[in-house]
Design a protein around this ligand. Structure first.
Ligand SMILES: NC(=O)c1ccc[n+]([C@@H]2O[C@H](COP(=O)([O-])OP(=O)(O)OC[C@H]3O[C@@H](n4cnc5c(N)ncnc54)[C@H](OP(=O)(O)O)[C@@H]3O)[C@@H](O)[C@H]2O)c1
Length: 329
């Protein structure tokens, strides 16, 4: 795969562990694309919580060591394999990479690469992959939302949450969101939510209950189920659904809470999506970019040298205000 000639800067992980195992190397070989592959000059790469779980070695999916993390790059096609319709110079973003996205160049299979419209910059391109495809799957595939229903995006200020707010609003839902800071709450309101609540206030669940009344909420997109699932079940409407997107541990619930309202708890896993589903989600999201409702919001930005800090901060966040990215320009 290596050309043997061109070298790049990239993050390499030689052993699983804390953020300190992310090593910046400047002599990593730039890969060469074959068949259905493309080589992308990376301008920005999204940082997703899952990359910290994988790095720690506790996640069910373990890459072979050493590896370079990162799946959501945005950049420009540098070279293509023999059977690829993209050409050198095309602006693109990805939902997956072969060689890793925390690097100056990334190799990707062409079916995981999508055109990036001119109206979005590379930072925004790096915020689309996991967040928007997950939010779309959670709302349309898992919750099967219908226009006119209500949705609570529980954890709306981060990458997946803001994507969910924009998509839900575009599909005609009544959107409620939560954030942990005033700044985060403002971003949520500016990106599709009709109402916002602060999940760090001790009585915010009562405020949500008061706001939605007897009827309850039709769908909850849950980013931290190990903290919120018990409360979520008490907020749902008849036939309501909690979609578990994020959870970092166990929680005790009373199954009886699902009985009266005949509610459901449904887990979502983006990487259970088929190639056909990815294509379907991409088509809907491309339309959102063209029309203009899909506008990724960037939160904190880090250079490659500060990747360990980024991994530390995404887990111990003081309050998200958009998608965290690495900048390679
Ligand atoms: N199932 C899947 O396929 C899939 C795909 C993508 C992501 N995920 C998971 O989904 C979660 C969110 O991902 P992300 O990329 O959006 O992360 P992120 O950008 O780091 O955002 C985290 C969000 O969680 C919020 N949060 C913090 N404390 C909360 C609480 N007590 N209740 C509700 N929300 C709270 C944060 O709000 P403040 O910072 O404002 O407090 C922020 O909005 C992560 O656990 C991730 O691993 C799962």
């Amino acid at each position: 795969m290596a050309t043997g000639l061109k070298l790049m800067r990239a993050i390499r992980v030689f052993e699983f562990g804390g953020p300190e195992v992310l090593k910046l190397q400047s002599d990593v070989a730039v890969p060469t694309p074959k068949d259905h592959q493309v080589l992308i000059k990376v301008h920005a790469c999204g940082v997703n919580p899952v990359e910290t779980y994988i790095r720690s070695g506790t996640y069910k999916r373990k890459p072979h060591l050493p590896y370079t993390p990162g799946s959501d790059v945005a950049g420009v096609i540098e070279a293509v394999g023999d059977h690829v319709s993209f050409k050198k110079g095309d602006r693109v973003f990805t939902t997956s990479t072969i060689s890793g996205g925390y690097a100056e160049y990334a190799l990707a299979a062409d079916h995981t690469v999508y055109p990036l419209p001119e109206k979005l910059d590379f930072k925004q391109g790096a915020a689309i992959g996991i967040p928007y495809f997950t939010a779309y799957r959670a709302l349309l595939h898992s919750a099967r939302v219908k226009a006119g229903e209500s949705v609570l995006v529980h954890g709306a200020s981060g990458g997946v949450g803001l994507a969910a707010c924009q998509i839900a609003r575009a599909y005609g839902l009544e959107v409620l969101g939560t954030a942990g800071t005033e700044e985060g709450q403002n971003v949520v309101l500016q990106n599709g939510a009709h109402k916002v609540f602060n999940h760090r206030e001790h009585n915010y669940i009562d405020k949500i209950k008061k706001s939605v009344g007897e009827k309850g909420i039709d769908v909850i997109i849950e980013m931290l189920a190990n903290v919120n699932l018990n409360n979520d079940l008490k907020l749902l409407s008849q036939g309501g659904r909690v979609i578990v997107v994020g959870s970092r541990g166990p929680i005790e619930i009373n199954p009886r809470d699902t009985m009266t309202m005949e509610s459901s708890i449904i887990g979502v896993s983006l990487y259970s999506s088929t190639k056909g589903e990815f294509r379907q989600y991409a088509a809907a999201l491309q339309a959102g970019m063209e029309i203009g409702w899909l506008k990724p919001v960037i939160g904190s930005q880090y250079p490659l040298e500060k990747v360990a800090q980024a991994h530390e901060n995404i887990i111990h966040s003081s309050g998200a205000t958009g998608k965290m990215i690495l900048l390679l320009e």
